[in-house]
Design a protein around this ligand. Structure first.
Ligand code: FAD
Length: 441
């Protein structure tokens, strides 16, 4: 019998498991792959999105997020907010092993049953079926698989139930970045961003994280060769020399937990990827000798089940910069919801107005968004917490998933340490413990 099962080893799951184990809980973490990180590794997602106020003056997320960044740095695997996904796998593994978390890799969570004083989770792996028992579960599966299995209410997608389009991320290597960046500097009108000019120091840019979105006239001139979504190309820098990550493929799904939809999207996006590689090699300055380094192991799911908890975080929280007494994460990332239709990045889409906090302010995610009162001893963390589609569009970013994971793990860690029930947990005690561990709450 474990104290806590953490279901899913993305950044939220690792943060939850580590926070709870550091408080003395006996934690098992279940992950379907043989490594940790979820979207950040299997999904090749980069970089860490903004975790400061929009004026850049106030830092909003620290705690385990800062620790992960420091550890990436120690392995030389981070440049500002862009990180090496292979180093991320090592960093997260170090953290769970050092905290004495039991790791069940290559194990798919099947059904979870509520046996009243404990939960029974069936996992399936190469050894067959296995039953894990624990008094508490943190669902960090990204899809809310456990909460769903236990009968939690959930929502998916827009008002028609359709989620944001999915994306197969991929990396290209051998890029002559000097040439690519020089083109961006000389042709700012070709880009949505960045808007560099003659005074831009490219040597300095190369020491920072950057992304390019544009190449308008190349795309227009070569329209017949452009056989993939979007009317601009979008790729992101990486700490490794000559490597960039493409966030470009898009496929429309009816549900991110419908296996036929996911299979279709994996196939569609893989063929889009090959077209993109072909196009950039033939048309984009600096990509002449570049090659496809790797594709993500799993299609990138921006949005899946949103488990309905005690507080449903919404776009109004974002636009009114709402504050909460049980705040477990401060953030200022705008509402970012990709079209469900899968037409990809467009100039028009990127410039539309979205709910956004004031430049010097932030909004707060309450602990109640992680709690579902009708299901005792269950917390959700990461991208499946309780939110509307718009609210989710803001709080799905990596720093927030780490912070909600840390909060869920800390909450249950205190419950184990002090032998108390979740419903009796004093929020002030939780906040005090989070602050002690450098969370900015
Ligand atoms: C295409 C794309 C681009 C994005 N761009 C950015 C960006 O630029 N910056 C940013 O900050 N954020 C970005 N995001 C958002 C961010 O990456 C994710 O929301 C975040 O990483 C989610 O973390 P998580 O731990 O909640 O979930 P996940 O990373 O999805 O982790 C869930 C884990 O649970 C495991 N799992 C799931 N189901 C089961 C099961 N049944 N049994 C066992 N294991 C299971 C999975 O394998 C996975 O490891 C992007 C997301 C996508 C998809």
């Amino acid at each position: 019998m474990y104290d806590i099962i953490v279901a899913g080893g993305g950044v939220a799951g690792v943060s939850a498991a580590v926070a709870a184990a550091r408080l003395g809980a006996d934690v098992v973490l279940v992950e379907r792959y043989g490594f940790l990180g979820g979207c950040t590794t299997a999904g090749l997602v980069n970089p860490f999105m903004t975790h400061e106020t929009l004026d850049g003056k106030t830092k909003l997320v620290a705690g385990l997020f800062d620790e992960i960044k420091d550890r990436l740095k120690a392995y030389d695997g981070i440049m500002v907010n862009c990180f090496d996904p292979e180093v991320m796998k090592i960093v997260l593994l170090d953290m769970v092993l050092e905290a004495n978390v039991t790791v069940k890799f290559h194990s798919l969570i099947n059904e979870t049953k509520d046996e009243k004083v404990y939960y029974e989770m069936e996992i399936i792996n190469k050894s067959g079926k296995e039953i894990l028992q624990a008094k508490r579960i943190i669902d960090t599966s990204g899809d809310g698989d456990v909460a769903y299995s236990l009968g939690a209410d959930y929502e998916q997608g827009n008002k028609n139930g359709k989620p944001q389009a999915v994306t197969l991320m991929f990396d290209m290597a051998g890029v002559d970045l000097d040439k690519t960046l020089e083109y961006a500097k000389e042709n700012p009108e070709e880009f949505l961003f960045p808007k560099w000019d003659a005074n831009t120091d490219l040597e300095e840019i190369k020491t920072k994280a950057w992304s390019l979105a544009g190449f308008y006239s190349i795309i227009k001139d070569k329209k017949k060769d452009y056989k993939f979504p979007g009317d601009l190309l979008f790729f992101i820098s990486r700490p490794e020399n000559g490597i960039v990550t493409f966030n470009q493929t898009h496929s429309s799904v009816n549900s991110a937990v419908n296996i036929d939809d996911i299979i279709k999207a994996e196939i569609e996006c893989r063929y889009q990827m090959i077209e993109i590689v072909h196009f950039v090699k033939n048309n984009i300055p600096g990509f002449e000798n570049a090659y496809l380094l790797r594709s993500a192991d799993h299609i990138g799911i921006r949005e899946s089940r949103r488990i309905m908890g005690d507080y449903v975080f919404s776009e109004e929280d974002v636009s009114y910069s709402k504050k909460h007494e049980d705040c477990i994460c401060r953030l200022a990332y705008p509402v970012d919801v990709h079209a469900s239709t899968g037409e990809g990045y467009s100039k028009e889409e990127a410039t539309k107005s979205v709910p956004i906090p004031a430049r010097d302010d932030w909004y707060e995610i309450p602990f109640r968004s992680l709690k579902i009162s009708k299901i005792k001893n269950l917390l959700v963390a990461g991208k499946c917490i309780s939110a509307t589609q718009g609210g989710h569009g803001a709080i799905r970013i990596i720093p927030a998933c780490i912070a909600t994971g840390q909060a869920a793990g800390t909450a249950f860690g205190i419950c184990v340490r002090d032998s108390i029930k979740l419903e009796n947990l004093d929020t002030n005690l939780l906040l005090k413990e989070l602050r002690k561990n450098n969370a900015l709450v």
